[in-house]
Design a protein around this ligand. Structure first.
Ligand code: ZN
Length: 407
């Protein structure tokens, strides 16, 4: 087992741990240094820093303080890494922490986070998942069990000052086009709950005013939520500051493409084993803007799927021009309506699409006026037959089990 470079404590609030931060800023001090070729372990809290409990109430999802997320471990300095280099990160392995072999999925309240289908499912709900080795199942969603595809939802290097300024400028311009919108168009810097790792005093106060929130994916990677960035994959990150400053968190046990319920994955605390290397001048050599990666040779193997199509015509019949966002939403809604015929509530079906190893694709993007998005639902995850046949659907799920509600 590699040496544990960053150790966290699940029983201490994350804002009291110097190896954790929840904003991006070039001045964040490195919490540890490694050399090219080193292998090491990094422990991470879950993305909310322990705000969600393993129980049967969704009050914690409804009331979660989203200005605090995401809590990341790092930044880690790599000796010799300079701006313009590529940091090569092998994700050697990922696992759970002792005593924390569970995860959660939230449908977020329309007024606090929302989600991809928030107009249809506006209320907070929660599913808790138990881990059985590589498999997971939920007491809130009967009839499904599947193998995990563990990955960090969020990983990337610190931005330079000029890159940070670029982010803040373009995101402020977008926000200002509809400042009253709910959910907001983007999450701008918010100093009150900024946790800047080892920074203290006036330097921290100043940096917190402009430090970027961790919500979106950006040029450095960040919150990409790519389920295939799993153990065994190799990622090439652009470096913007001396040492790189690699940080990570938001570990998922599993996730469907799109992470559609907002925290649609199965969220967990855990650890990553990593190995780092450097390609000098790699950004220019390979024309890199955003990270690139090689997937793992090991992933869950689900061969049989039922595939749902969606086109860029919204639920009210309005025509959109080649809009993959609308098309994927319709594919998801079509899948949910189908799954409801087998006994699931809409919320259960929504949560399955967010968590199971569902493939989402842009299948057609040129056939005016309709984009075509497809959603690949693996049929082997169900313990009953979910395929269509001449006799009509036979519900595989009966009873009153449902996602946890608010009280
Ligand atoms: Zn997540």
């Amino acid at each position: 087992m590699p040496n544990t470079l960053i150790k966290i404590d699940l029983n201490t609030p994350p804002e009291h741990q110097e190896v954790i931060h929840n904003r991006w800023h070039p001045d964040l001090p490195m919490v540890a240094w490694v050399k090219p070729g080193d292998e090491f372990r990094v422990e991470c809290v879950d993305w909310t820093g322990g705000q969600i409990s393993n129980d049967d109430s969704a009050n914690d999802v409804r009331d979660v303080d989203l200005t605090k997320v995401h809590y990341l471990s790092g930044p880690i300095g790599v000796e010799g890494a300079e701006p313009g280099d590529l940091l090569v990160v092998d994700i050697l392995d990922i696992g759970t922490l002792p005593g924390s072999e569970w995860g959660f999925t939230g449908i977020f309240d329309n007024k606090n986070g929302g989600g991809f289908l928030t107009d249809h499912y506006p209320d907070a709900r929660k599913a808790c998942w138990d881990f059985h080795g590589i498999y997971t199942s939920s007491r809130h969603i009967p009839g499904v069990e599947f193998a995990g595809i563990m990955h960090p939802g969020l990983i990337g290097c610190l931005p330079s000052k000029s890159l940070l300024d670029t982010w803040n400028k373009r995101e402020t311009e977008l926000f200002n086009t509809a400042p009253e919108r709910n959910p907001p168009l983007c999450a701008l810097p918010y100093a009150d709950t900024a946790h800047m790792g080892k920074m203290t005093g006036a330097a921290k106060a100043q940096a917190a005013l402009e430090a970027a929130r961790t919500v979106p994916p950006r040029e450095h990677g960040g919150n990409c939520d790519i389920k295939n960035l799993t153990r065994g994959s190799k990622v090439y990150f652009p470096v913007y500051v001396s040492g790189g400053g690699l940080s990570m968190g938001d570990i998922h046990f599993s996730q469907g493409d799109g992470e559609i319920t907002f925290c649609g994955a199965i969220e967990m605390a855990g650890w990553l084993d990593l190995r780092v290397n450097i390609i000098k001048g790699g950004v220019a050599k390979y024309g890199i803007v955003n990270p690139i990666f090689q997937p793992s040779p090991m992933e869950p193997r689900y061969l049989r799927h039922l595939i749902f199509e969606g086109i860029s015509v919204d639920e009210k019949g309005k025509q959109y021009y080649l809009d993959p966002h609308v098309a994927y939403r319709r594919a998801c809604l079509n899948a949910i309506e189908y799954m409801k015929k087998f006994g699931y509530t809409g919320e259960q079906a929504y949560a399955i699409l967010g968590t199971a190893p569902v493939e989402g694709r842009i299948s057609g993007i040129v056939d005016i006026p309709n984009a075509c998005a497809t959603l690949y639902l693996p049929t082997e995850i169900f313990n009953f037959d979910i395929l269509p046949n001449a006799n009509g659907p036979i519900p595989g799920v009966t009873g009153t089990v449902d996602l946890a509600r608010t009280t």
